[in-house]
Design a protein around this ligand. Sequence first.
Ligand code: TMP
Ligand code: MG
Length: 297
Amino acid sequence: GKDTSDTEQRVKIAELSKSSVCMKEPERVNEILTSMRNSGSSTLQVISDFDMTLTRFAYNGKRCPTCHNILENDKLISEECQAELQNLLDTYYPIEIDCTRSPEEKLPLMVEWWTKAHDLLVQQKIKKADLALVVRESEARLRDGYKEFFKHLNDTCVPLLIFSAGIGDVLEEVIRQADVFFSNVKVVSNYMDFDESGVLRAFKGQLIHIYNKREGALLNTQHFQELHSRSNVLLLGDSLGDLNMSDGVSDLQNILTIGYLNDKVDERRQSYLNSYDVVLVKDESMEVPNAILRYIT
Ligand code: TMP
Ligand code: MG
């Protein structure tokens, strides 16, 4: 019928017809895609969140770990500390994804979560030298299609900023072990500060949590200045706070935002549709971002 052909006309990329894809304004998405394609890869930069965006939310029905969760290993921290971190997760994760509370209401609670978790980690005398093994033993998993994603961006010389409220040292190890830590990748995250004997003593710099990515972005104006000719942005995230990752971009022309909606799908669908251009519902792959990248570069 007419509806189907209209839909087909609206969708320029076959993958955007996947059942996991939801868009409030497909026409607008189309326009942005056309404009970005016309400008070409030399004007593009990609900004992505890490946990539950580049990594999977679940695999075979089981939740996959975040950077913080990866550290919950007997080799690194005591059972007691693992239980306490789990406690924090049980307390604060439901708040993170609660769509009945405003970001303003959640912000101090997220600061509390990150601060308590980092304080616990610092008490554990974590050794830098143990991180690689712990990452190797973990069930962290990049989304299917990650190789094409990283490789395509590297091949087309498109800079990728990974902007994460996770732990930079852990995140870097994950992408290093996956052989995708190419030279076009820059990471902004919470980095561990080790003493001269390689033992964790603190976290460096200003804390990044899921609701202060705006401040984090503005602290990195230097990075965005260097990329000022790249006025088109593809942004990937899984939290509404991730939308602020592009706040520091200078001379922004077009931005296309892709949001992974992994959990509490029914409750959060509308707010994600209102906030992200393309919403991927329980989609564990990089298929859609990859198809978009193939189209615009
Ligand atoms: P992201 O910015 O890379 O997505 O990382 C933030 C995620 O880390 C966020 O979804 C919550 C998660 N997290 C834990 O799993 N455990 C913790 O102890 C903390 C502080 C955060
Ligand atoms: Mg995330």
